[in-house]
Write a protein of this length. Structure first.
Length: 180
């Protein structure tokens, strides 16, 4: 009979270990669930705040970039969000360049790219930009930045006269290269 009791004791010990492992997994998953809930709540609040701000914006404030304190003597900077509907479906992260706009309106990564291109002595390639903004020169990082460069070209911030070679758009300060 000792062998039966020994077998039951061994199974009980194995079951106890399994229960402890599952309790540890539950604790870990509870922590992950808590973090996911916090992230969800922050996103909900951000969405509601943006909707409130856009709902409160008048077309005049939107045309001035949302700053009603701008002096009347300066020309208002056209906003990418001018005339935005009250129900927002998407947001234009990289606005179309317009006279008076500076790189400070761009998302941080795009601003960094524009600054690197501006500091370069000539046209630059995506693989030259990646290490200058502090990223490893890996294919994925290069291709991601290349797509951002193409978006900046589409929106008027950069030029790509030769495929793959990027320069600042030649119409800085509201003067286009065609009007010179």
């Amino acid at each position: 009979m000792n062998s039966l009791f020994e077998e039951l004791a061994a199974r009980e010990a194995a079951a106890r270990v399994r229960v402890e492992e599952l309790e540890a997994e539950v604790a870990e998953l509870s922590g992950k669930l808590g973090l996911a809930r916090e992230s969800l709540e922050r996103l909900r609040i951000a969405r509601e705040t943006v909707a409130e701000v856009l709902a409160e914006m008048t077309p005049e404030k939107a045309a001035m970039g949302g700053d009603a304190r701008q002096p009347a003597t300066s020309a208002p900077v056209a906003s990418a969000y001018a005339g935005a509907e009250r129900q927002v479906i998407g947001v234009l992260a990289v606005p179309n360049w317009q006279p008076g706009m500076g790189p400070e309106v761009l998302p941080r990564v795009c601003r960094d790219i524009v600054e690197v291109v501006a500091d370069a002595p000539g046209p630059v390639r995506a693989k030259q930009i990646v290490p200058r903004i502090g990223l490893p020169a890996e294919t994925g990082k290069i291709e991601c930045r290349r797509s951002k460069l193409k978006r900046l070209v589409e929106r008027g911030w950069l030029d790509e006269d030769v495929p793959g070679l990027f320069t600042l758009a030649r119409r800085r300060g509201g003067v286009s290269s065609n009007s010179r």
